[in-house]
Design a protein around this ligand. Structure first.
Ligand code: ATP
Length: 367
């Protein structure tokens, strides 16, 4: 078990590319931390610096209060699981799992105990005598996990370990890794570009963009209180809708007006926006698809909040309606009982108590 700390960590590659900017993180024992962000945002670079596989340009990394900047990867007490499993094809699965321990001259008996224990945890007993090529992708990934477990490391590092698995197996293995984390009670750091993986597995998530940390928070807080527009759009599927608007007071109501409609803001949100001096200012509204209510029935040509149904996706338990509101395209997640077909006009009602407001220039949350 170990905590981990990154202090102002930077990575500039020899070609001058600044891949990670001033990364600060304080990870507690037993957390399941996920680094998530689009391709090229620096998540693998950050993980590899923690592993010691990539030199850091400046800053400090501590594992359990020990500065490890100059400690070699094998002495950091971490185990890394890679996307491509990195198993030796000529060895049996048992030998693959035992290999790292053998290199450390561990007694044979202890190696055997550790391999058997990991095989029990992962349900691999039947496969120990086989070679990796005789296994499915999911089984190979379990051997790779087993090889990490036998080391009994302080920290597990995983770089997109599920990306070579098909969709169904990914969901299964995701749950297995979560169970493993509960069972081992060790710190996990997991890299993925998939926000669903991040949200379902992480106890805290680090959202990265262009080498910068955008927000570090629990899945619930990231979803409900995104610090900026990027986090709002990256977390959640279908993604958050954005509409440009202006905050205006009329008839003693604070309203946000946007193309094709307006809604009144009240309660805490009104207070907060007022306090921050935002009356009369332009804002970007961020609305989750489930926070757009859709009414079917007669819609007048000039009525406000009028939107055209362009595409419908029926998923069984819910329906996505892709709507055109003047120039904006929106997606609403509605109950299948809402009967709307392509070409219908409907009335949309953003649930203003759940709407997010962002600064159009800085893109930071205004709430
Ligand atoms: P992906 O999901 O595609 O793996 P990532 O978020 O893990 O992306 P990194 O692999 O950390 O991204 O790369 C971050 C940035 O640094 C990318 O723009 C990449 O092109 C660049 N980069 C990575 N390795 C090097 C290198 N050795 N030299 C120069 N630039 C590099």
């Amino acid at each position: 078990m170990a905590g981990l700390k990154l202090v102002n960590v930077n990575k500039v590659y020899p070609n001058g590319f600044h891949a990670v900017h001033d990364m600060n993180l304080d990870i507690q024992d037993n957390e399941f931390i996920v680094f998530v962000g689009p391709s090229g945002c620096g998540k693998s670079t950050a993980l590899r610096m923690i592993a010691g596989l990539e030199e850091i340009t400046s800053g400090e990394i501590y594992i359990e209060d020990r500065l490890v900047n100059d400690v070699s990867p094998k002495d950091r007490d971490i185990a890394m699981v890679f996307q491509n499993y990195a198993l030796y094809p000529h060895m049996t699965n048992y030998e693959n799992m035992a290999f790292g321990l053998k290199l450390r001259n561990m007694p044979k008996k202890e190696i055997d105990q550790r391999v058997q224990n990991a095989a029990d945890i992962l349900g691999l007993q039947e496969l120990l005598k086989n070679k990796p090529k005789e296994l499915s992708g999911g089984q190979r990934q379990r051997i790779a996990l087993g090889r990490a477990i036998v080391r009994d490391p302080k920290v597990f590092l995983m770089d997109e370990p599920l990306s070579n698995l098909d969709a169904k197996l990914r969901v299964q293995t995701r749950a297995e890794i979560s169970k493993l984390h509960h069972r081992l009670k060790t710190t996990f750091i997991y890299v993925t570009h998939d926000q669903t993986e991040a949200m379902t597995m992480g106890t805290r998530i680090v959202v990265l963009k262009d080498g910068h940390v955008m927000q570090v928070d629990t899945p619930t807080n990231l979803y409900e209180k995104p610090a900026n527009k990027f986090v709002g759009s990256f977390i959640g599927s279908p993604q958050m809708n954005f509409i440009d608007g202006v905050l205006e007071r009329s008839e003693n109501l604070l309203k946000v007006s946007y193309e094709g409609g307006s809604v009144a803001v009240s309660g805490d949100r009104e207070e907060k926006l007022k306090q921050n001096g935002l009356e009369g200012k332009k804002v970007v509204m961020g609305i989750r698809p489930e926070h757009i209510e859709v009414e079917t029935g007669e819609v007048g040509d000039n009525s406000s909040n009028r939107a055209l149904v362009e595409v419908t996706e029926l998923l069984g338990s819910e329906t996505y309606l892709f709507l055109k509101l003047k120039e904006s395209t929106l997606v609403a997640r509605v109950d299948p009982s809402v009967k709307a077909v392509v070409g219908d006009w409907v009335t949309i009602k953003p649930r203003v108590d759940r709407v997010h407001f962002f600064d159009p220039a800085t893109e930071l949350s205004l709430l």
